[in-house]
Design a protein around this ligand. Sequence first.
Ligand code: HH2
Length: 281
Amino acid sequence: MHKVLSAGRFRITLDRPLIMGVVNITPDSFSDGGRYFSVVDAVDHARLLLEEGADILDIGGESSRPGAEAVSADEEISRTIPVIEALQDVEVPLSIDTAKPAVMRAALAAGASMVNDIDALQTPGALEAVAASDAAVCLMHMQGRPRTMQQAPQYADVVAEVKRFLAGRAAAAAAAGVAPEQIVLDPGFGFGKTVEHNLELLRHLNEFTALGYPLLAGLSRKSTLGAITGRAVGDRLHASVAAALLAAERGAAILRVHDVAATRDALAVLAALVAVKSRPD
Ligand code: HH2
């Protein structure tokens, strides 16, 4: 039996990895900052990602890259809500990428069906904002805060510690009234992790499925891929597709990516392979 993700009016069967396309309405995101900073540009970009095959759109108004400056809730709302409103007609869930309860509430009222929180609903009021809705939620692990998280990440056992944290946050969400089929977990690649920590998490990603929730993996264009390939952020397409595929093979249910079309093709190859494997010979 396949799991189901319940996100607002959407019920999605998780019988194949889903693609979450990134729509950043920020001047300073690490890979596409400033490129889609007007409502028109962001909406055009979102529609392009849909044509390319995005299953979910993740709309964000604050960069979380290492060293990024914080943005007020009002500023985040003014960046993201007009984009959500302009995308009311789309047939996929819209996710709001925020840690701020006020932004969550505004986005859910405007029609978002999912909350993607890099802070795993730890901000006071965040659990309540999601629990009061029928939206899905992605709970992500981060060590430290975005401004300083990459200075000296430390773990005795990164896999065990991230797993324990995510289990605790899922339990907190469930206790607040969020249904199990609304919860997604994410180890948070690049959020307070060295290259080796990220690789260790990817190696062991399938162990996280034992927590009982769908997994989201966000490796797209991240600096670990730069460290491995020696390539600048604009030149990490091939590495990003490889990483997405490896995450899918290790059980990721949702892949958060900037490059939807390329990821889609890679996943089609994986799907074809799995289909042949399950055919009787
Ligand atoms: N990564 C980024 C932002 N949000 N959310 C989840 N659940 N998982 C991730 O790995 C993740 C995330 C960073 O990527 P991006 O949005 O491209 O950059 P920025 O934070 O600079 O806007």
